[in-house]
Design a protein around this ligand. Structure first.
Ligand code: NAP
Length: 284
Protein backbone atom coordinates (compact mmCIF):
# COMPACT_ATOMS: atom_id res chain seq x y z
CA UNK A 1 0.00 0.00 0.00
CA UNK A 2 1.37 3.37 -0.97
CA UNK A 3 2.01 5.96 1.72
CA UNK A 4 0.02 9.12 0.98
CA UNK A 5 2.24 12.02 2.01
CA UNK A 6 -0.01 14.39 3.92
CA UNK A 7 1.27 17.87 3.09
CA UNK A 8 -1.62 19.52 4.85
CA UNK A 9 -0.79 17.90 8.17
CA UNK A 10 2.96 18.39 7.82
CA UNK A 11 2.51 22.06 6.88
CA UNK A 12 0.21 22.53 9.89
CA UNK A 13 2.84 20.92 12.14
CA UNK A 14 5.47 23.32 10.78
CA UNK A 15 3.20 26.35 11.30
CA UNK A 16 2.46 25.24 14.88
CA UNK A 17 6.21 24.90 15.56
CA UNK A 18 6.84 28.33 14.05
CA UNK A 19 4.01 29.85 16.09
CA UNK A 20 5.72 28.68 19.25
CA UNK A 21 9.10 29.94 18.05
CA UNK A 22 7.61 33.34 17.14
CA UNK A 23 5.97 33.60 20.57
CA UNK A 24 9.33 32.85 22.22
CA UNK A 25 11.06 35.47 20.07
CA UNK A 26 8.37 37.98 21.00
CA UNK A 27 9.15 37.37 24.68
CA UNK A 28 12.77 38.31 23.86
CA UNK A 29 11.50 41.51 22.24
CA UNK A 30 11.90 40.31 18.64
CA UNK A 31 8.92 40.93 16.37
CA UNK A 32 8.76 39.72 12.78
CA UNK A 33 7.20 41.47 9.84
CA UNK A 34 6.72 40.56 6.19
CA UNK A 35 5.96 43.18 3.54
CA UNK A 36 3.54 41.74 0.99
CA UNK A 37 3.39 43.74 -2.25
CA UNK A 38 0.72 43.16 -4.88
CA UNK A 39 0.44 45.20 -8.07
CA UNK A 40 -2.95 45.12 -9.80
CA UNK A 41 -5.77 42.78 -8.86
CA UNK A 42 -5.21 39.50 -10.68
CA UNK A 43 -7.75 37.19 -8.93
CA UNK A 44 -5.32 34.25 -8.50
CA UNK A 45 -2.68 36.58 -7.01
CA UNK A 46 -5.28 38.02 -4.64
CA UNK A 47 -6.06 34.49 -3.38
CA UNK A 48 -2.33 33.66 -2.93
CA UNK A 49 -1.64 36.96 -1.16
CA UNK A 50 -4.69 36.43 1.09
CA UNK A 51 -3.45 32.93 2.05
CA UNK A 52 0.01 34.27 2.85
CA UNK A 53 -1.44 37.00 5.08
CA UNK A 54 -3.64 34.43 6.83
CA UNK A 55 -0.62 32.22 7.52
CA UNK A 56 1.27 35.24 8.89
CA UNK A 57 -1.60 35.95 11.25
CA UNK A 58 -1.67 32.32 12.45
CA UNK A 59 2.07 32.15 13.09
CA UNK A 60 2.23 35.61 14.70
CA UNK A 61 4.11 37.42 11.94
CA UNK A 62 2.97 40.95 11.16
CA UNK A 63 2.09 41.35 7.48
CA UNK A 64 2.43 44.83 6.00
CA UNK A 65 0.16 45.04 3.02
CA UNK A 66 1.01 47.12 -0.08
CA UNK A 67 -1.78 46.93 -2.64
CA UNK A 68 -0.72 49.02 -5.62
CA UNK A 69 -2.82 49.86 -8.66
CA UNK A 70 -2.12 48.21 -12.04
CA UNK A 71 -0.97 51.63 -13.31
CA UNK A 72 2.00 51.71 -10.88
CA UNK A 73 5.23 52.37 -12.78
CA UNK A 74 8.34 50.21 -12.50
CA UNK A 75 10.14 53.21 -11.00
CA UNK A 76 7.49 53.58 -8.27
CA UNK A 77 7.68 49.89 -7.41
CA UNK A 78 11.49 50.03 -7.29
CA UNK A 79 11.26 53.01 -4.93
CA UNK A 80 8.96 51.06 -2.62
CA UNK A 81 11.31 48.05 -2.65
CA UNK A 82 14.28 50.32 -1.82
CA UNK A 83 12.31 51.87 1.04
CA UNK A 84 11.44 48.42 2.42
CA UNK A 85 15.08 47.30 2.03
CA UNK A 86 16.15 50.21 4.27
CA UNK A 87 13.42 49.73 6.88
CA UNK A 88 14.88 47.83 9.86
CA UNK A 89 11.36 46.84 10.97
CA UNK A 90 10.86 44.78 7.80
CA UNK A 91 12.34 41.27 7.85
CA UNK A 92 11.03 39.90 4.58
CA UNK A 93 9.85 41.36 1.25
CA UNK A 94 7.49 39.46 -0.99
CA UNK A 95 6.49 40.87 -4.36
CA UNK A 96 3.65 38.72 -5.70
CA UNK A 97 4.29 37.47 -9.25
CA UNK A 98 3.34 37.79 -12.02
CA UNK A 99 3.77 41.55 -12.28
CA UNK A 100 1.96 43.60 -14.94
CA UNK A 101 3.52 43.35 -18.39
CA UNK A 102 5.03 46.86 -18.30
CA UNK A 103 7.40 45.80 -15.52
CA UNK A 104 10.62 43.80 -15.73
CA UNK A 105 10.21 41.08 -13.08
CA UNK A 106 13.94 40.31 -13.01
CA UNK A 107 14.74 43.93 -12.29
CA UNK A 108 12.31 43.97 -9.35
CA UNK A 109 13.54 40.64 -7.94
CA UNK A 110 17.13 41.86 -8.16
CA UNK A 111 16.22 45.07 -6.32
CA UNK A 112 15.11 43.13 -3.22
CA UNK A 113 17.87 42.92 -0.62
CA UNK A 114 19.14 39.28 -0.49
CA UNK A 115 18.90 39.62 3.32
CA UNK A 116 15.10 40.04 2.96
CA UNK A 117 14.57 37.77 -0.06
CA UNK A 118 12.23 35.31 1.69
CA UNK A 119 10.99 33.97 -1.68
CA UNK A 120 14.56 32.92 -2.51
CA UNK A 121 14.36 34.22 -6.08
CA UNK A 122 17.25 36.74 -5.99
CA UNK A 123 20.29 35.67 -8.06
CA UNK A 124 22.42 35.84 -4.92
CA UNK A 125 20.09 33.42 -3.10
CA UNK A 126 20.13 31.06 -6.10
CA UNK A 127 23.92 31.31 -6.35
CA UNK A 128 24.34 30.63 -2.62
CA UNK A 129 22.27 27.46 -2.95
CA UNK A 130 24.38 26.34 -5.93
CA UNK A 131 27.67 26.65 -4.06
CA UNK A 132 26.38 25.39 -0.72
CA UNK A 133 26.34 28.71 1.14
CA UNK A 134 23.65 30.07 3.42
CA UNK A 135 20.80 31.90 1.78
CA UNK A 136 17.05 31.74 1.34
CA UNK A 137 15.81 28.73 -0.62
CA UNK A 138 12.80 28.96 -2.93
CA UNK A 139 9.78 27.90 -0.85
CA UNK A 140 8.30 25.10 -3.00
CA UNK A 141 11.53 23.06 -3.32
CA UNK A 142 12.31 23.73 0.36
CA UNK A 143 8.82 22.41 1.21
CA UNK A 144 9.35 19.26 -0.86
CA UNK A 145 12.61 18.53 0.95
CA UNK A 146 10.82 18.97 4.27
CA UNK A 147 8.06 16.58 3.14
CA UNK A 148 10.64 13.91 2.29
CA UNK A 149 12.55 14.38 5.54
CA UNK A 150 9.49 14.44 7.79
CA UNK A 151 8.11 11.24 6.23
CA UNK A 152 11.42 9.49 6.82
CA UNK A 153 12.27 8.98 3.14
CA UNK A 154 16.01 8.44 2.65
CA UNK A 155 17.51 10.73 0.03
CA UNK A 156 21.23 9.98 0.24
CA UNK A 157 22.45 7.74 -2.56
CA UNK A 158 19.03 7.64 -4.25
CA UNK A 159 18.40 8.25 -7.93
CA UNK A 160 16.31 11.42 -8.12
CA UNK A 161 14.76 12.44 -11.41
CA UNK A 162 13.14 15.88 -11.67
CA UNK A 163 10.91 16.66 -14.64
CA UNK A 164 10.86 20.44 -15.19
CA UNK A 165 13.70 22.97 -15.02
CA UNK A 166 11.99 26.20 -13.98
CA UNK A 167 13.90 28.72 -11.87
CA UNK A 168 11.42 28.46 -9.00
CA UNK A 169 10.96 24.68 -8.81
CA UNK A 170 13.02 22.34 -11.01
CA UNK A 171 16.47 23.93 -10.84
CA UNK A 172 16.57 24.76 -7.10
CA UNK A 173 15.06 21.33 -6.39
CA UNK A 174 17.97 19.74 -8.25
CA UNK A 175 20.47 21.72 -6.16
CA UNK A 176 18.74 20.76 -2.91
CA UNK A 177 18.67 17.06 -3.76
CA UNK A 178 22.33 17.22 -4.75
CA UNK A 179 23.09 18.88 -1.40
CA UNK A 180 21.30 15.92 0.25
CA UNK A 181 23.57 13.51 -1.66
CA UNK A 182 21.05 12.16 -4.16
CA UNK A 183 22.15 11.41 -7.72
CA UNK A 184 20.20 13.97 -9.68
CA UNK A 185 18.88 14.10 -13.25
CA UNK A 186 16.89 17.12 -14.43
CA UNK A 187 14.63 16.60 -17.45
CA UNK A 188 12.75 19.08 -19.65
CA UNK A 189 10.75 19.31 -22.83
CA UNK A 190 13.72 18.31 -25.03
CA UNK A 191 14.75 15.28 -22.97
CA UNK A 192 14.92 12.16 -25.12
CA UNK A 193 13.34 8.91 -23.89
CA UNK A 194 11.73 10.69 -20.94
CA UNK A 195 9.83 7.59 -19.81
CA UNK A 196 13.02 5.57 -19.68
CA UNK A 197 14.88 8.29 -17.74
CA UNK A 198 11.95 8.76 -15.32
CA UNK A 199 11.82 5.00 -14.68
CA UNK A 200 15.34 5.18 -13.22
CA UNK A 201 14.02 7.30 -10.34
CA UNK A 202 13.78 6.16 -6.74
CA UNK A 203 12.38 9.64 -6.16
CA UNK A 204 10.51 11.23 -9.08
CA UNK A 205 9.64 14.94 -8.75
CA UNK A 206 7.30 16.29 -11.42
CA UNK A 207 6.86 20.04 -12.06
CA UNK A 208 5.77 20.61 -15.64
CA UNK A 209 2.25 22.07 -15.47
CA UNK A 210 0.48 19.42 -17.59
CA UNK A 211 -2.53 17.65 -16.10
CA UNK A 212 -1.98 13.90 -15.41
CA UNK A 213 1.02 13.79 -17.78
CA UNK A 214 2.98 11.16 -15.84
CA UNK A 215 1.42 7.71 -16.06
CA UNK A 216 2.62 4.34 -14.77
CA UNK A 217 4.93 3.90 -17.80
CA UNK A 218 7.11 6.65 -16.29
CA UNK A 219 7.32 5.06 -12.87
CA UNK A 220 9.59 2.39 -11.39
CA UNK A 221 7.95 -0.12 -9.02
CA UNK A 222 8.27 1.24 -5.47
CA UNK A 223 9.26 4.80 -6.45
CA UNK A 224 8.43 7.87 -4.34
CA UNK A 225 6.44 10.41 -6.37
CA UNK A 226 6.30 14.13 -5.62
CA UNK A 227 3.69 15.89 -7.73
CA UNK A 228 4.18 19.67 -7.85
CA UNK A 229 1.62 20.35 -10.60
CA UNK A 230 -1.51 22.42 -10.00
CA UNK A 231 -3.84 22.01 -12.95
CA UNK A 232 -7.52 21.68 -13.74
CA UNK A 233 -8.71 18.44 -15.35
CA UNK A 234 -11.46 18.06 -17.96
CA UNK A 235 -14.08 18.43 -15.18
CA UNK A 236 -12.38 21.57 -13.83
CA UNK A 237 -11.20 19.59 -10.80
CA UNK A 238 -7.81 20.41 -9.29
CA UNK A 239 -5.22 17.80 -10.31
CA UNK A 240 -1.48 17.32 -10.50
CA UNK A 241 1.01 16.54 -13.26
CA UNK A 242 0.83 12.87 -12.26
CA UNK A 243 -2.06 10.56 -13.09
CA UNK A 244 -2.61 9.57 -9.45
CA UNK A 245 -5.10 6.75 -10.09
CA UNK A 246 -2.88 5.22 -12.76
CA UNK A 247 0.36 5.16 -10.71
CA UNK A 248 -0.96 4.51 -7.18
CA UNK A 249 -0.58 0.69 -7.30
CA UNK A 250 3.03 0.98 -8.39
CA UNK A 251 4.47 3.58 -5.98
CA UNK A 252 5.70 3.34 -2.39
CA UNK A 253 4.73 6.94 -1.53
CA UNK A 254 3.03 9.84 -3.29
CA UNK A 255 1.86 13.40 -2.66
CA UNK A 256 -1.80 14.01 -3.50
CA UNK A 257 -3.09 17.12 -5.32
CA UNK A 258 -4.52 19.01 -3.54
CA UNK A 259 -3.05 18.48 -0.07
CA UNK A 260 0.53 17.52 -0.96
CA UNK A 261 3.17 20.03 -2.03
CA UNK A 262 0.80 23.03 -2.22
CA UNK A 263 0.35 23.77 1.51
CA UNK A 264 4.10 23.39 2.11
CA UNK A 265 5.04 26.45 0.05
CA UNK A 266 3.42 28.93 2.45
CA UNK A 267 4.72 27.07 5.52
CA UNK A 268 8.26 27.44 4.17
CA UNK A 269 7.67 31.11 3.43
CA UNK A 270 6.80 31.56 7.11
CA UNK A 271 9.93 29.59 8.02
CA UNK A 272 12.07 31.90 5.85
CA UNK A 273 10.56 34.97 7.58
CA UNK A 274 11.45 33.61 11.01
CA UNK A 275 14.99 32.76 9.85
CA UNK A 276 15.33 36.24 8.42
CA UNK A 277 14.30 37.91 11.69
CA UNK A 278 16.76 35.76 13.67
CA UNK A 279 19.54 36.65 11.20
CA UNK A 280 18.75 40.38 11.38
CA UNK A 281 18.74 40.21 15.16
CA UNK A 282 22.21 38.61 15.20
CA UNK A 283 23.54 41.29 12.85
CA UNK A 284 22.16 44.25 14.83
P1 NAP B 1 7.18 26.27 -15.81
O1 NAP B 1 8.00 27.45 -15.46
O2 NAP B 1 6.11 26.39 -16.84
O3 NAP B 1 8.18 25.11 -16.27
C1 NAP B 1 7.71 23.90 -16.78
C2 NAP B 1 8.87 22.97 -17.02
O4 NAP B 1 8.35 21.74 -17.48
C3 NAP B 1 9.84 23.49 -18.09
O5 NAP B 1 11.17 23.27 -17.69
C4 NAP B 1 9.49 22.64 -19.32
O6 NAP B 1 10.60 22.34 -20.14
C5 NAP B 1 9.03 21.34 -18.66
N1 NAP B 1 8.12 20.63 -19.53
C6 NAP B 1 6.98 21.10 -20.11
N2 NAP B 1 6.43 20.14 -20.87
C7 NAP B 1 7.23 19.05 -20.77
C8 NAP B 1 7.18 17.75 -21.32
N3 NAP B 1 6.21 17.38 -22.16
N4 NAP B 1 8.16 16.89 -21.00
C9 NAP B 1 9.16 17.26 -20.16
N5 NAP B 1 9.24 18.47 -19.60
C10 NAP B 1 8.29 19.36 -19.90
O7 NAP B 1 6.48 25.62 -14.56
P2 NAP B 1 6.71 25.76 -12.95
O8 NAP B 1 6.55 27.17 -12.55
O9 NAP B 1 7.92 25.00 -12.53
O10 NAP B 1 5.41 24.95 -12.47
C11 NAP B 1 5.17 23.61 -12.80
C12 NAP B 1 3.86 23.18 -12.18
O11 NAP B 1 3.95 23.27 -10.77
C13 NAP B 1 2.63 24.04 -12.55
O12 NAP B 1 1.48 23.21 -12.61
C14 NAP B 1 2.51 25.00 -11.39
O13 NAP B 1 1.19 25.47 -11.22
C15 NAP B 1 2.94 24.12 -10.26
N6 NAP B 1 3.51 24.84 -9.10
C16 NAP B 1 3.01 24.53 -7.89
C17 NAP B 1 3.52 25.14 -6.77
C18 NAP B 1 3.00 24.77 -5.43
O14 NAP B 1 3.15 25.49 -4.47
N7 NAP B 1 2.37 23.60 -5.31
C19 NAP B 1 4.53 26.10 -6.88
C20 NAP B 1 5.06 26.38 -8.14
C21 NAP B 1 4.53 25.74 -9.26
P3 NAP B 1 11.40 23.50 -20.99
O15 NAP B 1 12.25 24.20 -19.98
O16 NAP B 1 12.19 22.70 -21.97
O17 NAP B 1 10.35 24.37 -21.59
Amino acid sequence: MAMIIDGKKISNDIKEELKEQVANLKREGITISLAVVQVGNDPASTVYVGNKKKACEFVGIQSLSYELPESTTEKELLELVHKLNQDPAVNGILVQLPLPKHMDENKIIQAISPAKDVDGFHPQSVGALSIGQNGFVSCTPAGILELLKRTGITIEGKECVIIGRSNIVGKPMGMLMLRENATVTICHSRTKDLKEVARRADILIVAIGKAKFVTKEYVKEGAVIIDVGMNRDENNKLCGDVDYEDVIEKVSAITPVPGGVGPMTIAMLMNNCVRSAIMHQKES
